[in-house]
Design a protein around this ligand. Structure first.
Ligand SMILES: Cc1cc2nc3c(=O)[nH]c(=O)nc-3n(C[C@H](O)[C@H](O)[C@H](O)COP(=O)(O)OP(=O)(O)OC[C@H]3O[C@@H](n4cnc5c(N)ncnc54)[C@H](O)[C@@H]3O)c2cc1C
Length: 355
């Protein structure tokens, strides 16, 4: 049986390694350069420490990729403990790819017929599966910045929803050695350039800033449920069927509220490797494991709808709170419910919509 894994990002690289270990030697296709200065797709590089367990299955040690712990994070003024780190994602992807048989080019129909199974690990491109049942993508803009303090103090990690009108936030993720990823993303609103410029202007009142690079990108926040079909089939030239199986962000394994996709794409790839070629089991496990993403997506849909303009319902606030707990962020319940208000436009007058 001939297997191709298309896309060697987080999900495809990890899956490739797991399949190699299981004695299935896939051909891996990666079309490469993204026009970013790090050579990879844009990403904040934030991930929880539990990523280590997944990396361990692929013979990798999380410690080799840790850049900076984010022990506490500022959520619109509320400081909470987190298990998050920034990871050296380019190095992680390089190590995931090492030992794999990689063809450096875009996968095309020309070679597709050679394979019995093709895995779509192409992330936001979703190059091989049919379109999602109901897609939703979040545009982003991010810069890598050096920040030097005049007085000694430097900015800590933070997520600021009250800086962006509509649903979205600015993130400030320290990468170590005075460098940061600072980005903005959101639904409805697209003037991130201006928002970031304003934010940098404010920062530069206290710090010296040097911009190294910047890139834009999109994140699929549709959820796996709304990214169905997760598997598909196509007829080859000789009439036989080829199976196409999606993994990672191509099938929406990203938290719709936060855009975190690293750990969930690894987890999705592990589920695929563990249930290899039992497509029914794979789909059912992905939909069940990431069922909470469907709920988050539905909250986004509600907030984007006309009735949602009046503010989040109790269940939406609960989902925000659950999201934080799932990520290991220690938010006190009552305070979190109150502050979550500041995560979006209609909650600017916090008191008006308090839980
Ligand atoms: C600005 C930004 C910030 C983010 N910040 C975070 C964060 O801090 N923490 C977090 O957890 N997640 C973050 N994410 C999300 C996270 O990066 C993704 O969800 C995750 O990388 C998805 O992994 P993947 O392997 O599914 O897709 P990707 O990592 O995108 O990999 C897909 C690969 O497929 C390749 N490819 C595409 N089409 C083809 C083709 N036709 N032929 C061959 N190869 C192809 C691409 O080159 C790419 O390498 C962020 C995303 C963005 C855009």
């Amino acid at each position: 049986m001939k297997v191709a894994v298309v896309g060697a990002g987080i999900a495809g690289g990890y899956l490739g390694r797991l399949l190699e270990e299981a004695g299935i030697s896939p051909d891996v296709y990666e079309w490469g350069d993204h026009g970013t200065s790090c050579g990879y797709r844009s990403c904040g590089w934030g991930a929880p420490d539990t990523t280590g367990t997944l990396l361990h299955h692929a013979g990798l040690d999380l410690d080799d990729y840790l850049l900076q712990p984010m022990v506490t994070m500022n959520f619109d003024g509320l400081v909470a403990r987190t298990p998050l780190y920034t990871l050296d994602k380019p190095r992680l992807i390089r190590d995931l790819r090492s030992g794999l048989r990689i063809t450096q080019r875009r996968f095309t129909d020309r070679e597709a017929d050679d394979y019995d199974v093709v895995v779509d690990a192409t992330g936001i491109a979703r190059a091989l599966l049919p379109p999602c049942m109901s897609d939703l993508t979040l545009p982003t803009l991010q810069h890598r910045i050096s920040i030097r303090s005049h007085g000694g103090d430097v900015p800590g990690p933070g997520v600021y929803g009250n800086q962006i009108p509509g649903l979205g936030y600015i993130w400030v993720f320290p990468l170590g050695r005075g460098q940061y990823h600072i980005g903005a993303g959101g639904l409805v609103f697209d003037r991130y350039g201006e928002v970031l410029e304003h934010y940098f202007k404010e920062l530069s009142l206290t710090y010296s800033l040097t911009t190294h690079c910047g890139c834009s990108g999109e994140i699929r926040v549709a959820s796996p449920f709304y990214s169905q079909p997760l598997v598909s089939a196509r007829s080859r030239g000789d009439g036989t069927l080829q199976r196409i199986i999606g993994v990672g962000e191509s099938v929406g394994t990203v938290s719709p509220f936060t855009g975190e996709g690293i750990i969930y794409s690894l987890e999705c790839a592990k589920i695929l490797a563990d249930s290899w070629l039992d497509e029914k089991a794979y789909v059912s496990r992905v939909l069940s494991r990431f069922g909470w993403m469907k709920k988050e997506r539905e909250t986004l849909d509600y907030l984007l709808s006309e009735p949602g303009a009046t503010g989040p319902r109790l269940r939406d606030r609960w989902r925000f709170y659950r999201n934080a707990r799932r990520s290991g962020v220690r938010l006190p319940l009552i305070e979190a419910f109150r502050r979550i208000g500041s995560l979006s436009r209609w909650m600017e007058g916090e008191g008006e919509h308090g839980a």
